[in-house]
Design a protein around this ligand. Structure first.
Ligand SMILES: *Cc1c(COP(=O)(O)O)cnc(C)c1O
Length: 387
């Protein structure tokens, strides 16, 4: 355990419950208190009573969360933000005009929107590459490539990128690697162990897990990068509030069991869809014929809870299925206790519409929650029956 606790135990199940959260020294409270104070007392002109002065700079409940986030990802440092996009923005702000970022060509639409609509106009250069093809990655390096921005599994097509080899290629060119680990979570994949420099999360998803809070996180070992990101965290101010930090801490305690159960159900649902006559294609790395299956089996501890598919019959069929589900909730986001179905092209990936990153027009994405798996399969079965 690297931060925040002197208790024994270094496995993720244990860290998710205890790291950064010893019983409150003042009261013995088992649960980390929510400290809502925005400001903290001074005792002299330049001296605060404790390490705290103003909550944008440093706050007790956020400190507890950041220690826990670092510990579960096996990182020296953790930083919490008000959203995943805010965390992404902080990394990119450390680059200079003219710098180049190479990103996966299957990419969360909000990230693509930040890159193209906010950061490119300010002078950063971006390219989008199929990173399952290492030769394509090698060919895309430029003199000012500073960063590789990698999703794996990618959102929403569930491609698997070889992190060890991507990190080797990047480091030979003195570029850093950011891995958006939102889909896998540290329960299934630990990019820092595979050579990545920075791990990014939308904690809105699995980490929060209940569709009721937004957040982002950065985990990393490098002290200089940490100092730069910490500076931007308070200087640009995209911090989470104390209540959201507390909710996140509460959610993290069950992260491992939620993800493990979700994987079990997703495996069965993917197999059901794969064999269904109304389905044209299923994207799930746990299927033996998925092109990234062998790599996922090495790089991850399980295959995740996200599934994408294309029905036979094109966009009309997709629309019929989307409207016909009764238990799956038609909503954006993912990684929640509720199972969700989304049409990525209109929701989370709207920014990629009519661009080189546009998705197949009949693609649907499922996020498998914690309902009984047979109920979920029955729901899909009745929705597919009409096709
Ligand atoms: C949702 C998401 C993000 C962005 O996070 P927000 O919390 O919505 O800002 C980034 N990456 C992936 C893979 C996501 O699914």
């Amino acid at each position: 355990m690297k931060e925040g606790s002197n208790r024994p135990g270094h496995r993720i199940e244990t860290l998710a419950i205890h790291a950064g959260q010893p019983p409150d020294p003042a009261t013995g409270a088992v649960v980390t208190p929510i400290n809502m104070s925005a400001n903290f007392e001074y005792v002299d002109l330049e001296e605060t009573r404790t390490e705290y002065g103003y909550a944008r700079l440093k706050a007790p409940t956020r400190d507890a969360l950041e220690a826990c986030l670092a510990a579960i990802e096996g990182a020296e440092h953790g930083l919490a933000f008000s959203s995943g996009i805010a965390a992404t923005d902080v990394i990119l702000r450390t680059l200079a005009p003219g710098d180049h970022v190479m990103a996966t060509h299957d990419l969360f639409g909000g990230t693509y929107g930040l890159f193209e609509n906010v950061l490119r106009p300010r002078g950063l250069d971006f390219s989008y590459v199929d990173m399952t093809d290492l030769a394509a990655v090698e060919a895309d390096f430029r003199p000012r490539t500073r960063l590789l921005f990698v999703e794996t599994p990618t959102n929403p097509l569930l491609q698997i990128i070889d992190l060890t080899r991507i990190c080797e290629a990047a480091h030979r060119r003195r570029a850093k690697v950011v891995v958006d680990n939102t889909f896998a979570t540290p329960v299934l994949q630990r990019p820092l162990e595979l050579g990545a420099d920075i791990v990014l999360h939308s904690t809105t998803k699995f980490m929060g897990g209940h569709s009721d809070l937004m957040g982002g996180a950065l985990m990393l070992d490098d002290a200089d990068d940490y100092t730069a990101f910490k500076f931007l965290q308070y200087q640009a101010g995209a911090i989470p509030g104390a209540f959201d930090c507390w909710l996140m801490l509460r959610s993290l305690k069950t992260l491992v069991v939620r993800v493990e159960r979700g994987c079990e159900s997703a495996r069965r649902i993917a197999a059901f869809l794969d064999g269904h006559p109304a389905i044209a294609a299923v994207y799930y790395p746990g299927l033996a014929d998925h092109p990234g299956h062998a790599l996922a089996a090495r790089q991850m501890d399980d295959f995740g809870t996200m599934i994408a598919f294309q029905p036979k019959g094109g966009k009309e069929a997709a629309s019929r299925i989307f409207r016909a589900v009764r238990l799956f909730i038609r909503a954006s986001s993912l990684g929640a206790v509720e199972s969700l179905i989304v049409y990525p092209s209109s929701g989370p990936h709207i920014a990629t519409k009519d661009t080189e990153l546009a998705l197949p027009p009949d693609l649907l994405r499922l996020s498998i929650g914690l309902e009984h798996v047979d109920d979920l399969i029955e729901d899909l079965d009745q929705a597919l029956a009409e096709n």
